[in-house]
Design a binder for this molecule. Structure first.
Ligand code: GDP
Ligand code: IMO
Ligand code: MG
Length: 428
C-alpha cells in the first residue's frame, strides 16, 4: 500500500494528528502538503502531549522521514521554534526535508492577514492570523517568495522589493499602517536561511523515488474538506486545497500512485472561525460537547463551535476525496447522552436536501433533519475491539457508516495513541 492520503472530513480538528501518529510507525514518510502553521495537531504519547503546527505529525516517530512539500507555506521562525522545542524534549528532527518550491510566509503577510480581518469587521473570516491567505494569494499572483529564493540574495531582494512596492501602498493608504522596510524583511528571512539549508531538496523526486522502491508514503492534510478553497464553504475557508487532490499538486506525487484515502470524521462536529454550520448547537448540548471534548483551538485557543454530526457533510467528504476508509474519532465524548442526533438531510425553506445544496445560500439557511439514535452511559475509553463497545455505540457507528458511504476502519475512544479500536487495517 504505497501512497495513502489522510484528510479531515469536516471543518478541521477531527484528530488527524493522532491518526497520523498512529500510522507513523508503519510508514516511511509523512508529508504535509497544504496549509502552514494555521494547523494545530495535538498528539498524546503516554504522558507526553505535543502540539504541532507546521511540522508533519510523523516527526514524532523515529525512523519516519517528515516532509514539508511544495504545497505548504512556511513561516521560517515558526519552523525553527518548533524544531528547537522538539529537540529540547528529546525528539530527533534531523531527517526533516523541506521542498525548495514551498513558499515562505514573509512578515508583511502576517501583518496583512491581521489588518485585513480588522478592516472587514463583521464580515471577517476569523482567520488564524498567521499570514496564510496573503501568502497563497502571492503564490497565485506570482509575487511569492519560495524557499529556494533564500539562497540567492539578489533574487530575494528583487522579489521582496517588488512585493513591498505594492503592499506598502496598501498598508499605508488603505490600512493606515506604517510601511515595511525591505531590509527588515531581508534580515528576518536570511536569519533562518542557513539553518534550513541542509533540509532543502527536491521533495517530489525524493517521494517518487521512495514509491519506486516500494516504500510507504502517508500524506497528512492540514485543515479539512469544508475548509478547502474549492470544495469548502467559500469564502469561509482556508486558502489551500485540503482535499485529497491537494496531496498530488501539493507534493508532485501523481494521482495514479495514490491507493487509499483515509477520512477522519469526528463523532460530532466542530468549527473554528466564521461560516455556515447547520448542526451548530447554542444550548447546553453544545456546551456539553465543548467541555467533554475539550474543544478549544490548538492554534489560537478559541472555543470551537460545536454541534451534532452531519452525515450529509460526511458523505460529501467521501465523494470529493474518494475516501476509502473512515476513522471516527472522539466517540468517547458522546458517552452519557441519552439520545444522539445524526443529521441526515436539510430542510431549506420547505425543500428537502439529501446532499449539499448547490447554492451556498441554501447551506446558510439549511435546517438539519435529524434521526435520533439511543445513547450509552458506559465508559468506552478502555474498549479496544468493536464488540466491546456498548450495543448503542456500535449502532451509532454502523448507522453513520451506512450514511457516509465508506467503511469505518478505526474508532477513537480517547486522546492517547493506544485509545483506538481497529476494525480493518488502514495499511496493507
Ligand atoms: P487535528 O487538527 O485534526 O489534528 O485535531 P486537533 O489535534 O486539533 O484536535 C483533536 C483533539 O482531540 C486533540 O486534542 C486530540 O488529542 C484529541 N483526540 C483525538 N482523538 C481523540 C479521541 O478519540 N477521543 C478523545 N477524547 N480525544 C481525541
Ligand atoms: P487543523 O489542521 C480548524 C480556519 C480558521 C478560519 C479559516 C481561515 O488543525 O484541522 P486561515 O488562517 O487558514 O486563513 O483561516 O480556516 N482554520 C482551521 N480551523 N482547524 C484548522 O487546522 C484550521 N486552519 C484554519 O479558523 O476560519
Ligand atoms: Mg487542529
Amino acid at each position: 500500500m504505497p501512497a495513502i492520503v489522510l484528510v479531515g472530513a469536516q471543518w478541521g480538528d477531527e484528530g488527524k494528528g493522532k491518526a497520523t501518529d498512529l500510522l507513523g510507525s508503519s510508514v516511511d514518510y509523512v508529508v504535509k502538503f497544504n496549509g502552514g502553521n494555521n494547523a494545530g495537531h495535538t498528539v498524546v504519547i503516554g504522558e507526553e502531549k505535543y502540539a504541532l503546527h507546521l511540522l508533519p505529525s510523523g516527526i514524532l516517530t523515529p525512523g519516519c522521514t517528515p516532509v514539508i512539500a511544495n504545497g505548504v507555506v512556511v513561516d521560517l521562525g515558526v519552523l525553527i521554534e518548533e524544531l528547537d522545542g522538539l529537540e529540547a524534549r528529546g525528539v530527533d528532527t534531523s531527517s526533516l526535508l523541506v521542498s525548495a518550491n514551498a513558499h515562505v510566509i514573509p512578515p508583511y503577510n502576517r501583518v496583512l492577514d491581521k489588518v485585513t480581518e480588522r478592516f472587514l469587521g463583521k464580515r471577517r473570516l476569523g482567520t488564524t492570523g498567521r499570514g496564510i491567505g496573503p501568502t497563497y494569494a502571492d503564490k497565485m499572483s506570482r509575487v511569492g517568495v519560495r524557499v529556494q529564493d533564500l539562497y540567492d540574495e539578489s533574487i530575494l531582494r528583487q522579489k521582496v522589493t517588488a512585493a513591498l512596492d505594492f503592499k506598502n501602498q496598501v498598508l499605508a493608504k488603505i490600512y493606515n499602517r506604517r510601511a515595511v522596510e525591505v531590509e527588515e524583511v531581508m534580515a528576518e528571512l536570511l536569519r533562518h536561511a542557513e539553518r534550513v539549508r541542509p533540509m532543502v531538496t527536491d521533495t517530489a523526486l525524493v517521494l517518487n523515488q521512495a514509491l519506486d522502491r516500494g516504500e510507504t508514503v502517508l500524506f497528512e492534510a492540514g485543515q479539512a474538506t469544508l475548509l478547502d478553497v474549492d470544495h469548502g464553504t467559500y469564502p469561509f475557508v482556508t486558502s489551500s486545497n485540503a482535499t485529497s487532490g491537494g496531496a498530488c499538486t501539493g507534493s508532485g506525487v501523481p494521482p495514479t500512485r495514490v491507493d487509499r484515502v483515509v477520512g477522519i470524521l469526528k463523532a460530532y462536529s466542530t468549527r473554528v472561525g466564521e461560516g455556515p454550520f447547520p448542526t451548530e448547537l447554542d444550548d447546553e448540548h453544545g456546551e456539553f460537547l465543548r467541555n467533554q471534548g475539550a474543544e478549544f483551538g490548538t492554534t489560537t485557543g478559541r472555543p470551537r463551535r460545536c454541534g451534532w454530526v452531519d452525515a450529509v457533510v460526511g458523505r460529501y467528504a467521501q465523494r470529493v476525496n474518494g475516501i476509502t476508509d473512515f476513522v471516527i474519532t472522539k466517540l468517547d465524548v458522546l458517552t452519557g447522552l441519552e439520545r444522539v442526533p445524526v443529521c441526515v438531510g436539510y430542510d431549506v425553506q420547505g425543500t428537502r436536501h439529501d446532499e449539499m445544496p448547490v447554492n451556498q445560500s441554501d447551506f446558510h439557511h439549511a435546517v438539519p433533519v435529524y434521526e435520533e439514535l439511543p445513547g450509552w452511559a458506559e465508559d468506552i475509553s478502555g474498549c479496544r475491539t468493536f464488540e466491546e463497545l456498548p450495543d448503542n455505540a456500535q449502532r451509532y457507528v454502523l448507522r453513520l457508516e451506512e450514511l457516509i458511504g465508506a467503511r469505518v476502519s478505526a474508532i477513537g475512544v480517547g486522546p492517547g495513541r493506544d485509545a483506538t479500536i481497529q476494525r480493518y487495517p488502514l495499511l496493507g
